[in-house]
Design a protein around this ligand. Structure first.
Ligand code: CDP
Ligand code: CDP
Length: 211
């Protein structure tokens, strides 16, 4: 049986960093589900299509190829912004969730990170982590990432954007961001990447022993 690890949480909480490390350690397949929303948004933008036509966006979502997702190509700020706008549409979510569920069944195990993995995509996952950090800490991390890659960033602008994204993700009617009832909460505000990984590993090892 496939072993699924579901990781959810807000932007820049450290989900992706943690998910990649876990996948590497346990030899599991990893899917950053945010990229599926970003790829759909990018395809619409590239084709010059509107972001508010649900039927058009649904067709783009159905055509997303999970093997061709590249964070470097999809990282741009305007793509993330467009992704969070189309992510409120039920038809888009339905198409992407179907592809994500197929991915989650890969053997011997999978790690999926996003906003609704433990609540909607894989509610049966034996391990659910809800990774969070304060908005200030998350904005600081995003800011430092941009500076480290040689870009220009304004902390206050990034903080406002993080809060706007949180409101949209937590406030939407379909699959809002929230911890599953059986999720382990991991607040990484004061935690190093290593400390967060060790905390997750303890939880995963206990669940693997039970299964
Ligand atoms: O930029 P950030 O890391 O916050 O976002 P992302 O993980 O790349 O996801 C971009 C957007 O896709 C998010 O703001 C969500 O609105 C949406 N998303 C979602 O609705 N459900 C998921 N499972 C993953 C992402
Ligand atoms: O995937 P998500 O948007 O939740 O976040 P991420 O891309 O994994 O992490 C955002 C940034 O925070 C990265 O630059 C990480 O290196 C950093 N980070 C950190 O400083 N401390 C942690 N405990 C986790 C992540």
């Amino acid at each position: 049986m496939t072993f699924i690890i579901a990781i959810d949480g807000p932007a820049a909480a450290g989900k992706g960093t943690l998910a990649r490390r876990i996948a590497e350690t346990y030899g599991f397949h990893h899917l950053d589900t945010g990229l599926t929303y970003r790829a759909t948004a990018r395809a619409l933008l590239e084709a010059g299509l509107p972001l508010d036509d649900e039927a058009v966006a649904e067709r783009m979502a159905q055509a997303v190829d999970l093997s061709g997702l590249d964070r470097a190509v999809l990282a741009q700020h305007h793509i993330g912004e467009a992704a969070s706008r189309i992510a409120v549409m039920p038809a888009v979510r339905c198409a992407l969730v179907e592809a994500q569920r197929r991915f989650s069944a890969r053997s011997p195990g999978t790690v999926l990170d996003g906003r609704d993995i433990g609540t909607v995509v894989c509610p049966q996952a034996p391990v659910k982590l809800y990774v969070t950090a304060s908005p200030d800490v998350r904005a600081r991390r995003r800011h430092d990432e941009v500076i480290a890659s040689g870009g220009v960033a304004d902390y206050q602008t990034i903080l406002a954007d993080v809060k706007k994204r949180d409101d949209r993700d937590m406030g939407r009617a379909d699959s809002p961001l929230k911890p599953a009832d059986d999720a382990h909460l991991l607040d990484t505000s004061e935690m190093s990447i290593e400390a967060a990984f060790q905390a997750a590993k303890t939880i995963i090892d206990a669940a693997l022993n039970r299964n």
